[in-house]
Write a protein that binds this ligand. Structure first.
Ligand code: FAD
Ligand code: UDP
Length: 364
């Protein structure tokens, strides 16, 4: 009999298992994929760590979380500075003075950029922004919205910007300085040698069963432990009894290229609607690789079907209301902890997941 049966081996499961082992508890981790680490898993090819499930940049303002992860693996000084490609025109991201001066060559100073954006804001006449479109236009004006946000967002989410929640766009900084750092967080980097180092260190000495789906044999697995920690999709746990939550899927197309440097940056976002992918990732630049070859991945957003990996929760009103009903059911489950991006149906970054797992473990 184990103290904890942990379903899912990504950061929530791995951090929770590590913390409980430290307290002398026994843990069994089940993972239905053929590897541990969920979406942060990397595959090494030609000495390059390929982020198999999309680019993962660790960034946080939680000092305790930063110190925690650095206790397992060293982080490099990578700073994410994506470039947007709108029909061949290149702009720096996030929205900052480099973006504004390229969009409007007559703009020279922060005051001029702010005046230009204010003019567009006035024209739009939005007083209390509700959904993403209004939020974006009132934050940054119509030109940036049309060229850098609308097409990208609508293909990413498969929904109109007038329907999507405003918080999605508030993830991106808007700055009146020449600063291309995509994040405002105090700490940022990539684990030297890739994310598997972090996951492997967290799971060291813990039994992990791969290719094992908890829901396929739930009754027997439940008998193995005092308590369950579930990090899979919450609606799947309840056998979709209240209906299906919607997720956004992704398709990845990875290619090896016989060149040293393909695009000169890790992330290039393709912001026009007619380009079917949202971004191209060139993995070697995460770790400043000098290999003679390179790997690039095109990321295509896709409708999600049951049985496929669920990448993003779609936090619009309809899904949020349904999630709340599932959360009420979850609260009534005895001896089950629901944690992480899919079980809490939340657009969590890695640091939030780690923080939440540490808090949950501290309560036990
Ligand atoms: P998940 O990653 O959802 O893992 C759940 C795990 O449980 C999976 O391994 C799954 O296979 C397993 N599982 C599910 N059901 C079962 C079952 N029934 N039986 C057994 N196993 C099961 N965050 C950042 O901080 N920075 C980034 O740059 C960033 N980029 C991202 C890019 C993409 C494309 C995506 C999709 C996410 C990104 N994230 C990023 C978010 C990050 O991936 C998540 O915060 C983190 O992976 C969440 O960890 P988790 O433990 O909650 O769960
Ligand atoms: N976004 C955009 N244009 C861009 C990059 C992002 O409009 O070039 C919007 C889009 O709606 C996206 C959101 O900002 O879903 C958050 O972007 P982020 O890079 O944080 O997305 P993630 O890496 O989580 O997919």
């Amino acid at each position: 009999m184990y103290d904890y049966l942990i379903v899912g081996s990504c950061l929530f499961g791995a951090v929770f298992a590590h913390e409980m082992k430290k307290k002398g508890k026994s843990c069994l981790v089940l993972e239905r994929r053929g590897h541990a680490g969920g979406n942060v898993y990397c595959e090494e090819k030609d000495g390059i760590n390929v982020h198999k499930y999309g680019a993962h940049i660790f960034h946080t303002s939680y000092k305790d979380v930063w110190e925690y992860v650095n206790g397992f693996v060293e982080f490099n000084n990578y700073v994410n500075s994506p470039v947007a490609n709108f029909r061949g025109e290149l702009y720096n991201l996030p929205f900052n003075m480099n973006t504004f001066t390229k969009l409007w060559p007559e703009v020279r100073t922060p005051a001029e950029a702010a005046a230009r954006i204010e003019e567009e804001r006035q024209l739009a006449g939005i007083s209390e922004p509700q959904k993403l479109e209004e939020q974006a236009v009132s934050l940054i004006g119509r030109t940036v919205y049309e060229k850098l946000i609308k097409g990208y967002t609508e293909k990413q989410w498969g929904r109109a910007c007038t329907e999507l929640p405003a918080f999605i766009i508030k993830r991106l900084p808007v700055r009146y300085t020449f600063d291309n750092n995509y994040f405002n967080d105090r700490y940022q980097g990539i684990p030297v040698g890739g994310y598997n180092k972090l996951i492997d260190a967290l799971l060291e000495g813990i039994e992990v069963r791969l290719n094992t789906d908890y829901l396929q044999d739930r009754e027997n697995f439940d008998k193995l432990a005092q308590k369950i920690v579930y990090t899979g999709p919450i609606d799947e746990y309840f056998d979709y009894q209240l209906g299906r939550l919607e997720y956004r899927g992704l398709k990845f197309e990875t290619e090896r290229l016989e060149e040293e440097n393909h695009q000169g940056v890790v992330v290039m976002n393709f912001t026009a609607r007619e380009v079917p992918y949202t971004r191209i990732i060139e993995h070697k630049h995460f770790e400043f690789g000098k290999q003679p070859v390179t790997y690039v991945t095109r990321e295509y957003p896709a409708d999600w079907q049951p049985g496929e990996e669920a990448y993003y929760p779609v936090n619009n009103d309809k899904n949020q209301a349904l999630y709340q009903q599932y959360a009420d059911l979850a609260a009534k489950e005895n001896n089950v902890i629901f944690g992480g991006r899919l079980a809490e149906y939340k657009y969590y970054d890695m640091d939030d997941v780690i923080k939440s797992a540490l808090e949950q473990a501290a309560k036990e």
